[in-house]
Design a protein around this ligand. Sequence first.
Ligand SMILES: C[S@@+](CC[C@H](N)C(=O)[O-])C[C@H]1O[C@@H](n2cnc3c(N)ncnc32)[C@H](O)[C@@H]1O
Length: 160
Amino acid sequence: MKSKTKNPWLQISAEDYEGHMSAPNVAQLQMLNKIFADVLNEFNAQSIAVLGCTTGNGFEHLVNKNIERVVGVDINPDYISICKNRFEKSLPQLELICADLNQLELQNSSLHLIHTALILVEPEELRGKAKKCGLEEVKNYKIKLESGKSFLVNKYVLKD
Ligand SMILES: C[S@@+](CC[C@H](N)C(=O)[O-])C[C@H]1O[C@@H](n2cnc3c(N)ncnc32)[C@H](O)[C@@H]1O
């Protein structure tokens, strides 16, 4: 049964999100940005999807990388719109989709890498979507924060 509750992310403005996440005592935006840069260097993928892409944190690392396809998905239309404004010129191959990942089907897409960082979607749900695209999970980082909490970054890549 689908939940009728509105996704809480629809109520968080981009300004509040970025302000909080980049505050010096939080610094998660910076950490996620670095993780994304490392992922791009490690996998050298020709096509990539970023699920829960927000306003495009780290997308500057995709510029001039010779990546054929870049797909960004997020449920919040304001985040998508900001992401578009920031990157449509420097990343002409960028496809932005405003959708709820719980309902979006990714099968038949030509994707070599799916990056998901800090999004609240059931891991099994993500695994199922990646599998339909012929991707398998290769990395599942659990990052411990100073607060004692931890979060997950998953990566799915094309099988050899
Ligand atoms: C903490 S942010 C992700 C951080 C980002 N991946 C990064 O590396 O900076 C979580 C994002 O996931 C999005 N999100 C949460 N639930 C979602 C869903 N069900 N479908 C699509 N996007 C979702 C939110 O709108 C938000 O932009």
